[in-house]
Each structure stands twice: as structure tokens, then as C-alpha cells.
Design a protein around this ligand. Structure first.
Ligand code: ZN
Ligand code: FE
Length: 257
């Protein structure tokens, strides 16, 4: 199984998973990079997975569906280019001969879902859309901090070797913020240097792994004393004993950082 990030627009990745013959894509905001990759590798597109309704994630769906006949799967509660096979958190399905689970992760949008494949030959893979980024998380356009915190906790409970396939290359700016929150986190400083080198070479910093995110992503570290302290210094009303309160303060701080 091959996992490829296809760059789109200024900082999106459209993820392509394929076995050399059949492929699926996640969140094709633009059809052309996907069509170019299908042609280059001689692949047939079997499925289009969608995480949420934003244009930079669904803009290429109609064109790809028409060109390939692929089936589109997407969240129940979002307005999407029809026809879409709607899925919620109860769904288990087989695609490319692999098992898939749908995780409901509201916060960035009200109906946002993530796609999780526990056995993608190698390590599990998570397509988390705009919920979890490397070193950060999505903005709260349609959800509350409590909802987003719960959604991130749900992702944080997956196996540590899970490959985290985020939909944007926001890593460096996220890590700048993360370093302001945890200036003495050695794993974070080391990872930031590594990502700076990758970006200088115009290479993706993704996929990340859940183990790494748990070590460096402040939004997954709301229970850590230093993170709670920093959040409290930004928003004095923060309750350092309540991870959801710490999360809310971090998210607001990041919005103005
Ligand atoms: Zn979005
Ligand atoms: Fe997006």
C-alpha cells in the first residue's frame, strides 16, 4: 500500500492511497493533481473519501467522479456535491481490501469525520482532515472548544504508531506556536529543526505519527503542567486542572498568535 501526499493550492495535501492498481483519495479540493497522479501510476480510482464540506476539500469531487466513476463517501451532516454515500461513526467498511472506520470529530465543522484504517499494511493510517495538524489543530468554525477537545481526545486514543495524514502543510507555523507554549520541550525543538530542513527542500513534513504528536502538539498536551501554565498566563481564568479549559485558552491564543 502506498500513501502519497499530493500538494494542492498553496498548502493543502490531497492524500492518495493505492496498491499499484486501485486507489482512493481523500479530500480532493482540486481534480487535476489527482488525475495527473492516477495517470502517472496507472491507477484506477475506486473511492473518494471526504472529511468535511469546505471547498478546499471537495472542489474536485464532481470532476473526479465524472472522469473515473469513483464512489464518494462523506459525513452525514454536511452539504456536499451529490451523490454521496453518507457515513457516521457506526460505519465499518472495506475499501482497497482494507477495513475502515469512521470517527466523528466535530469542532472545525459541525459534521467533520475522520477516516481510520487500522491495518494499512505497515501501520494504521488516519485521514483527519482539518481536525488535527502536525503541532496544531483546526480552527473552530462550527464547534465549541469542548467538542474539539473531545474529538482530539478520540484521535489521541488511537495506536501510537498511527500515521497521521493531515490536510494542510501548517507544521512550521504550528511549531512556532508550540515552542511559545513549551519552550523547554526537547522533542519539540528537535522536531522543529527537522521540519525546517524538510521545508527548505520543499518536502512534506507529513504524514506525522500519533506518538510524535503526543510528544510535541500542545493541543494534545493540555494535561501537561507547563502547557497548562502557559495557557493560564495567556488567559488567567483558565483552570489548569481542566484540560478542556486549557484547550480553550490555547485555541484562542493561537488565533491571535
Ligand atoms: Zn476546513
Ligand atoms: Fe482545509
Amino acid at each position: 500500500m502506498n500513501l502519497l501526499p499530493l500538494p494542492a493550492f498553496s498548502d493543502n495535501y490531497i492524500w492518495l492511497l493505492h496498491d499499484g492498481k486501485q486507489a482512493l483519495v481523500v479530500d480532493p479540493g482540486d481534480a487535476s493533481p489527482v488525475q495527473a497522479a492516477l495517470q502517472a501510476h496507472g491507477l484506477q480510482l475506486q473511492a473518494i473519501l471526504v472529511t468535511h464540506h469546505h471547498a478546499d476539500h471537495v472542489g474536485g469531487v464532481d470532476q473526479l467522479r465524472q472522469a473515473t466513476g469513483a464512489t464518494v463517501y462523506g459525513p452525514v451532516y454536511e452539504k456536499l456535491p451529490e451523490p454521496v454515500l453518507r457515513v457516521d461513526g457506526t460505519v465499518r467498511m472495506t475499501l482497497l481490501g482494507l477495513d475502515w472506520q469512521v470517527l466523528e470529530v466535530p469542532g472545525h465543522t459541525a459534521g467533520h469525520i475522520a477516516w481510520y484504517c487500522p491495518d494499512a499494511a505497515g501501520a494504521p493510517v488516519l485521514f483527519c482532515g482539518d481536525t488535527l495538524f502536525s503541532g496544531g489543530c483546526g480552527r473552530l468554525f462550527e464547534g465549541t472548544p469542548e467538542q474539539m477537545h473531545t474529538s482530539l481526545q478520540c484521535l489521541a486514543a488511537l495506536p501510537h504508531n498511527t500515521r497521521v495524514a493531515c490536510a494542510h502543510e501548517y507544521t512550521l507555523s504550528n511549531l512556532k506556536f508550540a515552542c511559545a507554549v513549551e519552550p523547554n520541550n526537547a522533542a519539540l525543538l528537535q522536531y522543529r529543526a527537522q521540519c525546517e530542513m524538510l521545508r527548505q527542500q520543499q518536502r512534506p513534513t507529513l504524514p506525522s505519527t500519533l506518538a510524535r504528536e503526543l510528544a510535541i502538539n500542545p493541543f494534545l498536551r493540555c494535561h501537561v503542567t507547563q502547557v497548562a501554565r502557559s495557557a493560564q498566563s495567556f488567559a488567567p481564568a483558565t483552570d489548569p486542572q481542566q484540560p478542556a479549559s486549557v484547550f480553550a485558552a490555547l485555541r484562542e491564543w493561537k488565533n491571535v498568535f
